[in-house]
Design a protein around this ligand. Structure first.
Ligand SMILES: Cc1cc2nc3c(=O)[nH]c(=O)nc-3n(C[C@H](O)[C@H](O)[C@H](O)COP(=O)(O)OP(=O)(O)OC[C@H]3O[C@@H](n4cnc5c(N)ncnc54)[C@H](O)[C@@H]3O)c2cc1C
Length: 420
């Protein structure tokens, strides 16, 4: 039966654009196959444009399977090896986008402008003769004989192969609203429960830390179960905001907090505000200060360790110690309470900020339902899956795009190979 398209790629975000480019490049000759990416959004690439604060953190200079969660390590490794961070750098260089490495290891375009990245991808898709259809939301996909029948907001069409690159549920206004999961399920897949990830965390209204909105400081966060078992430690900058907590280290630990909190609501998140110290080393330092600076007020000692506003509020609102108290008069009990507050400050998170503010989605179609050497579905012949619709989510730092580039490329190449 003649079909409208050889390959329909549903979703033209990072993974879908990559699939389009490599499907087009893999065809026997330019335009030999009818390839189109269908995207429900009116404008392509909204998420690429907002990424990295508008600069697009394209990848990271060191990418390992341990930077990802969800899918099985070996399967993630296989996909990442097929297209490494070095390959990403070379690929974008070939498209005319030079990447620079920042101190954190994150790679950004030298233009510091995400538009450069999006423009290059759109140009490459055009050169590969992959068509982009915008404002074309896919409502359903049915298998009819050897082909797929795709019902879209612009009408019905048929395709021999489908690449599902619909992303997750995060930032739904960009077009990824989770409908891709429904499509995957209708084609025989399961979907692991989804939760927001890389998401800011909300403290109780009026919590004293929220009055320090705008303050950023390096911390080590620890997530423990109600029984006290340490489940996860992450270090990096924490940003205090009017609602609670954000910044890289909070976003990184958020998916673990969300998952643990669902089954253990009494789990605890604490911050070591002096990550180079632990309770014992800090208590020892404070004890030394009581001898070496007996007349110095507690607040003066604290101001040397912490940003001023934080030092004042920590004493007043958390430790309830008189800031003017000379160090020599600090009781052992108060000194230990202070050391505890500084190295294990309780962060009584109430909830996460939801998909509207999450950068990615944890959960999705399990990798076990996909052949990771081709990204072909093991449940539905002719279907390929890539990007965030799969149950893989990365740390902050360019890892999620690296997953999208690598898995999208594989899906595009093998969708074509499967036709030859
Ligand atoms: C604010 C923000 C900042 C981020 N910054 C970074 C960063 O700097 N570095 C990094 O690595 N990652 C970053 N991420 C994560 C990264 O953007 C995603 O992991 C990545 O975009 C996932 O790519 P994808 O192609 O799988 O999905 P998406 O980029 O979400 O693309 C999915 C596409 O499918 C379309 N679509 C969905 N459903 C349908 C349908 N039914 N019919 C038709 N089209 C449909 C959508 O319109 C969309 O265009 C950020 C995310 C956010 C929200």
């Amino acid at each position: 039966m003649p079909t409208d398209l050889d390959i329909a790629i549903i979703g033209a975000g990072a993974a879908g654009l990559m699939a389009s480019i490599f499907a087009g490049r893999s065809a026997a000759s330019p335009g030999a196959l009818q390839i189109a990416a269908l995207d429900g959004a009116a404008k392509i690439g909204a998420k690429i444009l907002v990424a990295g604060g508008g600069r697009c953190n394209v990848t990271h200079d060191v990418v390992t399977p341990d930077d990802f969660f969800g899918g099985n390590r070996n399967q993630v490794t296989k996909v990442l090896r097929s297209f490494t961070a070095e390959n990403t750098v070379a690929f974008f260089e070939e498209l005319g986008v030079t990447l620079k490495r920042e101190e954190t290891g994150k790679l950004f375009p030298t233009t510091d402008d995400a538009q450069t990245v999006l423009d290059a991808l759109l140009r490459a898709a055009g050169e590969a003769r992959a068509e982009l259809r915008v404002g074309c939301r896919v409502e359903r996909v049915d298998r009819g004989g050897d082909a797929f029948v795709i019902t879209t907001s612009l009408g019905e069409l048929t395709a021999r192969r489908v690449v599902l690159a619909t992303g997750g549920k995060s930032l739904p206004k960009t077009g990824s609203d989770g409908h891709g999961y429904t499509i995957a399920q209708s084609l025989g897949h399961t979907v692991t429960a989804t939760t927001p990830a890389l998401v800011p965390l909300v403290l109780p209204k009026g919590h004293w830390l929220t009055t320090l909105s705008g303050l950023s400081l390096p911390v080590e966060l620890t997530l423990s179960s109600a029984s006290g078992k340490v489940l996860r430690r992450d270090s990096g900058p924490m940003l205090l905001t009017h609602f609670g907590l954000s910044g890289p280290v909070v976003l990184d630990i958020s998916r673990h907090w969300v998952a643990e909190h669902a089954s253990d609501p009494a789990c605890r998140l604490t911050a070591n505000l002096l990550p180079d110290d632990d309770f014992n080393s800090l208590d020892h330092r404070l004890q030394k200060s009581t001898h070496s600076q007996p007349r110095t007020p507690v607040i003066a000692v604290l101001r040397r360790l912490l940003p001023d506003r934080l030092a004042v509020l920590l004493l007043a609102r958390h430790a309830t110690i008189d800031p003017a108290l000379p160090m020599a008069q600090l009781s052992k009990e108060d000194r230990r309470a202070l050391a505890h507050a500084l190295t294990a400050l309780p962060l009584p998170v109430e909830r996460d900020r939801g998909y509207l503010f999450a950068e990615v989605t944890a959960g999705g179609v399990p990798l076990s339902e996909v052949d990771v050497s081709t990204m072909a579905s093991r449940r539905c012949p002719g279907l390929f899956l890539c990007g965030e619709v799969l149950d893989v989510d990365g740390r902050i730092g360019g890892y999620n795009f690296q997953w999208a580039w690598a898995s999208g490329r594989l899906a595009g190449i093998h969708a074509v190979k499967s036709l030859l």
